[in-house]
Ligand binder design. Structure first.
Ligand SMILES: *[C@@H]1O[C@H](CO)[C@@H](O)[C@H](O)[C@H]1NC(C)=O
Ligand SMILES: *[C@@H]1O[C@H](CO)[C@@H](O)[C@H](O)[C@H]1NC(C)=O
Ligand SMILES: *[C@@H]1O[C@H](CO)[C@@H](O)[C@H](O)[C@H]1NC(C)=O
Length: 443
């Protein structure tokens, strides 16, 4: 498993000014006019601040799902987005694009692209401007079959917009959108472009760790100076150290591993189960349908192991390698997996979670005990072992009261509420990036 990581040091400076405000308490609560968006690498969500209750509502789709997979598929006729795209991925891998956030607004050399293409079943090329294009079997209205990452992003954002308009029963076109702290100006511009293609007017771009800290209200809590945000999602780890001074958020250092996350833990579990199956039946599982069913069972098992000491993976095997199919009845296979096994097969990966934390503290020369709050973001921070490692490292309990998948969209939505003048505080974020931004690659 390759693991390139990068550390960006320095002073992406995010300033949050707080000032007093007269609550418009005699007016009826207005409808939220501005929504908050988390356009994620693996999942994307949309929310709205409710002036009446002072809470953020995560706007769910018609089936009550809070976030959508950041996947867009082309089947020659339709453009499928989110869950619909995920469901057909196995049958249409060349035209099912995911992870577009890794490529948005980012220039690539041929050599850099070669390192990436092997990870994906779809075709990627570099265009004249050095940017990535996806080649899919689908022509847009101009007959163009090459899709840019920002066009992929715009389909995801359009779907979120429709969800919001349905939930709020109103047209929605203004938004606050979050981006990773390490995004440079060009990546921010292209993210904005994706939103504009989807019909949004982007009022502000906020960094993800700042959004998470905002969601926890850490700018309002006295005695807090240093906040460490650990964001471990499906495929990336981002660690940021924020400094709060007089109501201002200052991003002091960021480090990460852009190939570490839930998908890697699933891959390890998948290999473990495939080995068990091979040992048991003396045959290899290769059938695409069975593999897809196994992939879902592995995700389910991983999630159950967050809450239980053991989980039972269950799979109906339809065929083995070299055989078209098994007589008539599929074989029902069950495997008990305990949490300790899951932790053992991933132990080196889990240990890597601490590396960027070390780097950030080294870079800022901050002793561990001076970190006042630790905020965990991203679904993979639910894993008990990950929480335990971080807790033991700092000798204190990380802040996890907000669902880790939703902390960023909650923060973006709060920021949207502030801009809309619906929050009992006026907050304006001013962001400056240091001209001497240093990137250090680590293995
Ligand atoms: C980003 O967009 C702004 C505003 O349109 C523009 O001034 C700036 O040059 C752009 N920067 C890059 C790196 O594309
Ligand atoms: C996970 O838990 C759910 C609900 O308890 C159960 O239906 C499912 O079979 C479990 N899956 C595994 C793999 O343990
Ligand atoms: C998490 O953050 C909230 C809001 O600031 C705070 O009240 C709570 O004590 C924190 N929890 C932990 C375990 O640090």
């Amino acid at each position: 498993m390759s693991s390139t990581g990068c550390t960006i040091l320095g002073s992406a400076v995010l300033t949050l000014f707080l000032a007093g405000y007269l609550a418009q308490r005699y007016l009826p609560p207005p409808k939220p006019k501005i929504v908050g968006i988390d356009l994620g690498t693996t999942f994307s969500c949309i929310g709205a601040y409710q002036a009446g209750t002072g809470e953020v509502n995560i706007l769910e789709d018609k089936l009550g799902r809070k976030c959508i997979p950041s996947i867009v598929a082309f089947n020659g006729k339709d453009i499928l987005v989110g869950h619909a795209a995920a469901e057909q991925a196995e049958h249409n891998p060349q035209n099912t694009v995911y992870d577009a956030k890794r490529f948005i607004g980012k220039g690539f050399t041929d050599e850099e692209l070669q390192k990436e293409v092997g990870r994906y079943p779809f075709q990627m090329v570099i265009s004249e401007d050095g940017m990535i294009r996806y080649q899919v079997h689908h022509a847009d209205e101009n007959g163009n079959k090459e899709m840019t990452p920002e066009v992929i992003g715009s389909h995801i954002l359009r779907q979120l917009k429709e969800t919001a308009e349905h939930r709020l029963d109103a047209k929605v076109h203004r938004t606050v959108i979050s981006v990773p702290a390490e995004f440079d100006e060009q990546q921010r511009n292209y993210t904005r472009k994706a939103a504009e293609l989807a019909g949004f007017d982007v009022l502000r771009i906020i960094t993800e760790p700042t959004a998470a800290a905002l969601a926890y209200g850490l700018h309002k809590k006295s005695g807090i100076r240093n906040v460490l945000v650990v964001d471990l999602g499906g495929g990336t780890l981002d660690v940021s150290l924020l400094n709060i001074q007089g109501g201002m958020f200052l991003t002091q250092a960021i480090a990460g591993n852009n190939h570490l996350g839930g998908q890697d833990f699933n891959q390890r579990l998948m290999s473990h189960v495939l080995q068990q199956i091979a040992d048991h039946f003396h045959r290899q599982l290769t059938d695409p349908e069975d593999m897809q069913a196994l992939r879902l069972a592995v995700e389910d098992t991983k999630q159950n192991l967050t809450y239980h000491d053991t989980a039972t993976l269950s799979l109906h095997i339809h065929s083995f390698h070299g055989k078209v199919s098994l007589s008539t009845e599929p074989i029902h296979y069950e495997l008990n997996i305990d949490r300790r096994t899951f932790e053992n097969i991933n132990s080196d990966l889990f240990d890597k979670v601490l590396e960027p934390i070390d780097r950030v503290l080294e870079a800022t020369e901050l002793p561990r005990e001076d970190v006042d709050e630790i905020v965990l973001v991203g679904g993979s921070t639910r894993i008990p072992k990950v929480r335990r490692l971080i807790r033991e490292y700092f000798g204190k309990i990380p802040n996890t009261s907000i669902e880790p998948e939703l902390a960023v969209v909650m923060g973006s939505s709060l920021q949207a509420g502030v801009i809309g003048g619906m929050w009992p505080l006026t907050v304006s974020a001013i962001e400056q990036r240091s001209p001497v931004l240093k990137k250090i690659h680590v293995q």
